[in-house]
Ligand binder design. Structure first.
Ligand code: GLA
Length: 656
């Protein structure tokens, strides 16, 4: 890894007359810009007619950037196909679940399974690699752009055919598909793969496994496009790293799979400064990106210096807060802070989206803050490449996400909000968390947490069950390990089924689910642990665990809500059969940290703050709108509203 932090952003010079390009480079240099992402939406100018290329302008852009000492992340330019593709190949346009074919005139208007799109995109990628593969400005390839942001799936005929091929590859025989999909139910049996369509509108609930498989297929279809581009780039430019920009926790693309096909994970994130919980999502997204790459540094590919333009109301970032969120990304493992975009557009749908160089020019507040950050990052090069140690692993699982949000479940659930609630408990104590893939080795973590881990295959169940036995602490949240990977119930009592090892590891079995009247309906918890929980109860049968909290009311009144089984190895297995409210969660997190021997970064829960350590520096951010005195372990620190401070990390920075 380089010993500098990349700084820069998307650069769209084609939106401007060429006279401005020299000025751009000059201002970039003055702002400390190291990196420009070029060509993301340039296809129609690079290939104005099929097979006719105009690379001259891009040559001049890259030459100028290089002369100015600015490295280039070069896009393959395939994110937005030109009008001629839509005209010649209307079948390449995506189709919605209601059969509406989406039109040209925006962006990303291609079906992930379109052969015409694929053929033309790959032809362009080959030309780009041939032309720029040895350009001295080229530092990285940026494949496509935000796969699935607007069109995560398409219901066109080519997609249906590709889905059938995907099913053949997954199941081999139609009998196996029938078994996995449980088609004996409601007379859904298929005699051959040819009878299988896409899960479009149905009279009532469609087959759940079919829906999940179509979600999986749609992620894979986009990933196949990414991989096809990557194959060409790896063939022609084997030494140039490749990436594609992820979008934080994004339901429609299983990034655990995607991350295997990039050299560096990169992320686009636009936390809403008007949302009081935005910092939780932001911190979690950074931690997820680091975790996707197995702990390797990642790249913040896009953020807004201030407001975005795509929410109903778009709040600017208060002065100093852009710096704070940038340092949040940096200390949570990013080796680059890039933006959308360099120069604010004059025309088009993003003219009111903030940029590093606003409409008002270099004298603006935003540009001053950009320059200041560029200068600060230039001094923080020693962070580049440094790991971010974590002792807590939280499971993050796309199949569970998709399954709990399907129809016909005990109650509507919001997977991401639930995981973020659990994550927030650790964030409030300044404890760094990695996210963990289902079934992955968790032996590096003292504390493993599995919230709403609803879909679990045998390997994942076995991995979780092994945590207490090896002397570590496992915490499992409600409605977990209920289904297998085909969404079949694990029979013999919930929580992994009678044959799985999880019931023994936790000492409990779940008999029934009892959602409360609404997600925010409260239920009292009493016992050793007291407080308020929400949303959900279960009827828990305890056979080998201490009951630390019981339901005080409702359907499960008197029954166990929070249990702990002490393993003879010294480890422990906790089960939480509800969704704890904030205060109760804080209490539980404190207990889990003690159980696992983890020292927190804050001595008390800090609701709107965070602290994290990377390479001997401790970042402390106050996300609140008022100045706060924050209770760091080792002393208090006062941080002004929406500001960040960097302190030397006291002592052993593996504990953060
Ligand atoms: C995404 C896209 C960019 C731009 C920004 C606006 O991140 O990749 O092209 O549209 O959103 O926030």
């Amino acid at each position: 890894m380089s010993s500098r932090i990349r700084f820069g952003g998307d650069y769209n010079p084609e939106q401007w007359p060429e006279e401005i390009w020299d000025e751009d480079v000059e201002i970039m240099r003055a702002a400390g810009v190291t990196t420009a992402t070029v060509g993301v939406f340039s296809w129609s100018l690079l290939e104005p007619a099929p097979g006719e290329y105009d690379f001259g302008w891009l040559d001049r852009v890259l030459d100028r950037l290089h002369a100015g000492g600015i490295g280039v992340v070069l896009a393959t330019a395939t994110a937005s196909p030109p009008a001629w593709l839509a005209r010649r190949h209307p079948e390449s346009l995506p189709v919605t679940i209601d059969g509406v074919r989406l039109a040209f005139g925006s962006r990303q208007q291609f079906s992930p399974s379109s052969s015409a799109y694929r053929e033309h995109a790959l032809r362009l990628v080959r030309r780009m690699a041939q032309r720029y593969g040895s350009h001295p400005a080229l530092e990285m390839w940026h494949i496509g752009n935000e796969y699935g942001a607007h069109v995560p799936r398409s219901y066109d005929e080519e997609s249906a055919a590709a889905f059938r091929a995907w099913l053949v590859a997954r199941y081999g025989t139609i009998e196996e598909l029938n078994r996995a999909w449980g088609t004996a139910f409601w007379s859904q049996h298929y005699a051959s793969f040819d009878e299988v369509g896409v899960p479009s509108r149905t009279p009532t609930f469609p087959n759940p496994t079919m829906v999940l498989d179509f979600d999986r297929f749609s992620s894979d279809a986009m990933l196949a496009l990414h991989r096809a581009e990557a194959d060409i780039l790896r063939e022609l430019t084997p030494d140039v790293p490749i990436t594609t920009n992820f979008m934080g926790p994004f339901k429609d693309a299983d990034y655990w799979q995607w991350a295997e096909h990039v050299d560096i994970v990169s992320d686009d994130l636009y936390p809403d400064p008007a949302d009081p919980r935005h910092h939780v999502l932001a911190a979690a997204a950074r931690d997820l990106m680091r975790s996707l790459g197995g702990g390797k540094p990642w790249l913040l590919m896009e953020q807004a210096p201030s407001a975005v333009n795509w929410r109903p109301r778009n709040a600017p970032k208060p002065a100093g807060y852009y710096r704070a969120l940038s340092l949040q990304a940096l200390t949570r493992g990013a080796d680059g802070i890039l933006h959308f975009q360099w120069r604010q557009s004059k025309a088009g749908a993003e003219k009111f989206h903030s940029a590093m160089l606003p409409h008002g020019g270099t004298g603006t507040r935003v540009h001053r803050e950009v320059r200041a950050l560029g200068a600060e990052l230039a001094e923080l090069g020693d962070l580049a490449g440094a790991p971010v140690p974590a002792q807590v692993g939280i499971l993050f699982d796309w199949d569970s996400w998709r399954a709990v949000e399907q129809d016909a479940v005990p109650a509507e659930r919001d997977y991401l909000a639930t995981v973020l609630d659990w994550y927030a408990g650790f964030l409030r104590r300044g404890v760094t968390v990695d996210f963990v893939r289902a079934g992955a080795d968790t032996s590096g973590y003292r504390l493993v947490v599995a919230p709403l881990f609803h879909v679990a295959d045998d390997a994942a169940v076995a991995e979780l069950a092994s945590v207490p036995a090896r002397g570590d602490v496992l915490v499992v949240g409600a409605f977990s390990a209920v289904l297998d990977e085909n969404l079949h119930v694990r029979l013999g009592g919930y929580l992994g089924g009678a044959e799985g090892p999880l019931q023994a590891a936790l000492g409990v079995t779940v008999d029934e689910f009892a959602p409360l009247a609404a997600a925010d309906t409260e239920t009292a918890i009493g016992g050793t642990v007291t407080g308020v929980a929400r949303d959900w109860q279960e009827l828990v049968v305890v056979h080998d665990a201490a009951v630390l909290g019981s339901f005080g009311d409702g359907f499960a009144a008197g029954g166990a809500a929070i249990t702990r089984r002490a393993d003879e190895s010294g480890g422990a297995g906790w089960y939480v059969a509800t969704e704890p409210g904030e205060a109760l969660r804080d209490d539980l997190v404190a207990r889990w940290l003690v159980d696992a021997g983890i020292e927190p970064g804050f001595t008390r829960p800090e609701a709107f703050a965070e602290t994290v350590v990377r390479a001997g520096r401790r970042l402390v951010v106050n996300h609140d709108d008022v100045t706060r005195e924050l209770a760091l372990t080792g002393g208090t620190v006062t941080v002004e509203a929406r500001q960040a401070v960097i302190l030397p990390a006291a002592g052993d920075d593996t504990v953060s």
